[in-house]
Design a protein around this ligand. Structure first.
Ligand code: 5GP
Ligand code: MG
Length: 182
């Protein structure tokens, strides 16, 4: 057992597995016979990415970009995008950006035009979680596994101060638990 404070579990590992399988089915149908490059948004998407690609029965490539916005606990700081890890070989391919959570939407909203500049056939987005009532941009993710209420969630790749990414479930981090996190 990991010694973390008790937290409210929003999605169990069984629920996550089932929701990700449903999303993978939809993604698999959409990209049948299309050359697909999956681009994971680091770091939060890594757990989803690892599970999702193993459920996709398609020939695909995997690439990574890095985006950081939650630079100080839960307070959003300026968004910093690093596309150095991304190869420019997406011309003629369909790109699916994969992120852990769609909150204000600014991360994916700012990433899409940067990917578009590389000349892919299409750019779409898939997220594990979509936070309700927080969207500040004129787009919605194309594939969503779960909607979650407002609040700060951790686990399954999502962190608070670089902790909790290794929880197998999604938990809600209450304000007092944030104070207790070293
Ligand atoms: P957005 O740009 O959509 O506002 O936020 C996207 C990024 O912010 C996510 O990739 C994630 O890194 C971070 N984020 C947003 N909401 C949460 C949350 O509830 N918990 C955690 N751990 N990260 C979040
Ligand atoms: Mg992120």
């Amino acid at each position: 057992m990991i010694d973390y404070p008790p937290m409210k579990i929003l999605l169990t590992d069984d629920q996550l597995r089932e929701g990700i399988r449903r999303m993978a089915d939809a993604i698999g149908k959409h990209y049948q016979h299309k050359p697909l490059t999956i681009v994971g948004v680091m770091i939060g998407s890594i757990v989803l990415l690892a599970d999702l690609i193993r459920l996709l029965n398609l020939p695909l490539r995997v690439e990574l970009v890095q985006a950081r916005s939650y630079r100080n606990g839960t307070r959003p700081g300026p968004l910093v995008i690093n596309t150095e890890l991304l190869s420019t070989k997406v011309r003629g391919r369909h790109v699916l950006l994969v992120d852990d959570i769609f909150d204000t939407g600014r991360t994916l909203w700012e990433l899409i035009p940067q990917i578009d500049e590389l000349g892919p056939e299409s750019v779409r987005t898939a997220v594990l979680l979509q936070k309700q009532g927080c969207c500040e941009v004129k787009m919605k993710p194309d594939f969503v596994a779960f909607d979650v209420p407002k609040g700060f969630v951790v686990g399954y790749g999502l962190d608070y101060n670089d902790q909790y990414r290794n929880l197998p479930h999604i938990a809600l981090l209450e304000p007092q638990e944030m104070e207790e996190t070293p």
